[in-house]
Each structure stands twice: as C-alpha cells, then as structure tokens.
Design a protein around this ligand. Sequence first.
Ligand SMILES: Cc1ncc(COP(=O)(O)O)c(C=O)c1O
Length: 467
Amino acid sequence: MSRLAAPDAAPDTAPSSAHPGASTAHPTAALEAALAAAIERYRARHPASAAQLERAAEVLPGGNTRSVLFQAPFPLTMVRGEACWLWDADGHRLLDGLGEFTAGLYGHSAAPIRAAIVAALEGGLSLSSHTLREVELAREIVRRFPAMPLLRFTNSGTEANLLALAAAVAHTGRRKVLVFEGAYHGGVLSFGGTGGSLKSPVNVPHEWLLAPYNDLSAAAAIVQREASGGDALAAILVEPMLGSGGCIPGTPEFLHGLRRLADESGALLVFDEVMTSRLSAGGRQALLGIAPDLTSLGKYFGGGLSFGAFGGRRDVMQRFDPRRPDALGHAGTFNNNVLTMAAGLAGLRELWTPAAAEALNRRGDGLRERCNALFKARGLALQFSGLGSLMNLHATDRALQRPADAAGSDGRVKDLLYFALLERGVFIARRGLVSLSLPFGDAEADLFSAALDDALATHHAVLPAAC
Ligand SMILES: Cc1ncc(COP(=O)(O)O)c(C=O)c1O
C-alpha cells in the first residue's frame, strides 16, 4: 500500500509554455503560464469533482459547508480513505499529507478506533444522560495535561475557545481579550488577513485587542496601558504556534513572557492547543514547561469524530459545577456523545502514547529538514516552517516571526507547487499546510520528498531564487 500512484495524465513536465526554462518570458508571466497550464490539467483530470461541486451548489452556498476546503477552480471530492491514503471521485489515489488539517492524526482506518466505535454502537446511541466513557476520556486528558485538572467537552475547537473566553470573562469580571495577528481560534474567532485583522464580520463581539505575534514588548505595552486605564484584560488568548497563520512557532521567550504578563495583570492565559497539543503527549505546554490558566483542545482528541474540550484551573472551572447555586451554564446535546468518547479514548490509550507522539514529531522534524535541504540545494527561496508533525510551505526564505514576514511572497508559487504535488500523487493544503498522521511512515516521507524534488526540478525556473 505504500507505492505512490503514477501520474495518470499528462504530467507537468513537457509543455514549453509551462516550462519557462525553455522560455524567454518574464519570470512572472512564465509563472502565470505554468500555473494556468497546471490548472488546465487539473480540470482535465478531475471532471467528477467538478461535476460534484455543481451538484452541491444547488443546495449549499458555492457547494461548500466548510470554508477552508473551497478552492478555485473547484475542490477535490474525496470518496474514500485508508491509513494515510485518499481516493478522489475521479479514482486518483493520493498520499494524504494534510491529515484533515491536523484532526486526522490516526489516519483514516485505525483498527482500535473502528473497534471502539463498533463496541460503542452495540451499547446504543443517544443515551440521554451521563455515560461511563466521558469520565475515562477526561481522566486520560487530565493525566497528560496537569494544568487541566478539570475540563468540559464541547463539539469543536471553536466552541472550546468560546467557552474558555466566557469562563475568563466570568471569572475576572473583565471584558477585554488580547489576541494576536494571524491567529485562528475558530470560525467566529479569526484574526488572519493581511497582517492580522479584527475585521472578520462573523467574529463574536468580544472586546478584542490585537498585538503582533512573537512581540512581547507590544503585548506588554497593551496589557499595561489597559491596566493603568482601569480596564484590565480578562484573557490573553494565544496559539503556542500559529497554525492556520502558517505554522509559525511562538518563541519560548514570547510564551513565557505572556505567562508573566498574565500573572502581573490578573488576566487568564488561555493556550489554544487545538493544533499544537499533538506536538507531544502533553501538548506544547509540556514541552515549554508553561502552565496556562485555561487550555482549549480539539481535532484528533475525538479519534476522528467531532471534538472539543476546554479546561484548566480548578477555581475557574468549578464555576461550571451545576451543584453550585451560581453555576455557569454550558449545554451541548452532543458534548458527551458516545461515539466521540469511545473513539477518543481508544486513540489515546492504544495509539497516541507518549512514545508514538515523540516518534511522529521526530519524523515530522526529519521531513521538514529534508524538504528545506532540497530547497537550499536548488537555490530556492522556499521553506517549510513549523514544529514536529506540523509544517507549512512559504514562498520566501526570510525568517518568520509572524505572518506579516511572509507578506509580498507570491501566492502563485504555493499554488503551483500544490498542483504539482497533486499530479505526483501527494495531497497537501493549497495554503501549504502539511500535517502527518500516525500511518505516515518513513516510506511515505520518502515518497513525499521525492515528489517535491521532482516538482522543484520541473518548475525550477519559475520558482523564487534565494538571494
Ligand atoms: C488553533 C485552532 N483553534 C481552534 C480551531 C477551531 O477548531 P474547529 O474547527 O474544531 O472548530 C482550529 C481549527 O483549525 C485551530 O487550528
């Protein structure tokens, strides 16, 4: 099962219009031509996916119910998955380097997870009350995240962050929340866009303050300004590594500094570890030795099913104890749904052991270093940023402290490499995200880097040269 599917249509090697090495066109025009040719081949190779979008658009706006998945001219429709392989609607078999945007840690068909789901089904769905497994899953998480002695389940990472912020506001009696440019904390908690922005019209209306990522003095200035104005912050919400913002790690100094700022100001430090929790069995907080006041989790913890959780300091989380007269409410029909609880528990107990976490993140570090060595050897201004099993392609070789550092890089370069990898049987996110799953082994890492190297060789002349 580990052989890469051979490209089954005209590969992106031949046409002179798409191969500016043989062209005298201006590099930008040549890049444009190479991309246009790649998109033409994509259209030709994926008629079933194109038709499926048309059908979907009759009942879903733009044929889409999850914004991140849309791409022009049309997204691929996947019909099947097994281990770390996917099959699209036109029958192409693809190495899955995306891993469901980090939620697919266990791959598509892990036996212990299937068995746990089947066993849970035997006991019946929708039990209308407390169940046994939610306690076991919570215990397993608490054991790994000592800063979360109490937690509650939600259905998504978005909801986990919404509840963590609600808890911070209720606990402190304050309203303002410091967030960072380029951060993504969920569909209604998005601070991306050029240089970061508070402008998403669908964001929830907290009183947001925005600071540049990895800039401790800018954050300190905001925290101090608000405190001296008598309106101190309720929370500092931060991803220990910007995920959607391009896999840009927070420096230890920055993240430890935020811990100190929170201590000094009485704000709660909320680590959004929805993505970064997979960087070790106890998340990035364990690697850094930082105890946040609250943590939000999501993605793979549900074993591949809908999941979220928020938790942290006892004195904060105890407000959700329904035995208290002043208890905060937190409803959610599916918070403890038996399938998620069962799949999540099986994943943690049988697959995502501390040793497995270490091995996968080591594999990711190795793959990223290997890809970056390929870029260097070919004299290209490209890089994969990231940590462990998470990485993101950037069309620049500048050091990245925040998303603005990649501003000005040509997005068409990443587009071209996305299509080029796809033609070579490798699936990643169009924006360049790569996230390894447990079944993605050394053989798959070899296939990945071979496909990348071939794509670089083919398109070398239109890719940005290192200075
Ligand atoms: C860091 C981070 N927080 C929160 C979320 C939202 O999680 P969900 O998509 O489960 O709502 C995401 C999703 O990508 C994320 O990357």
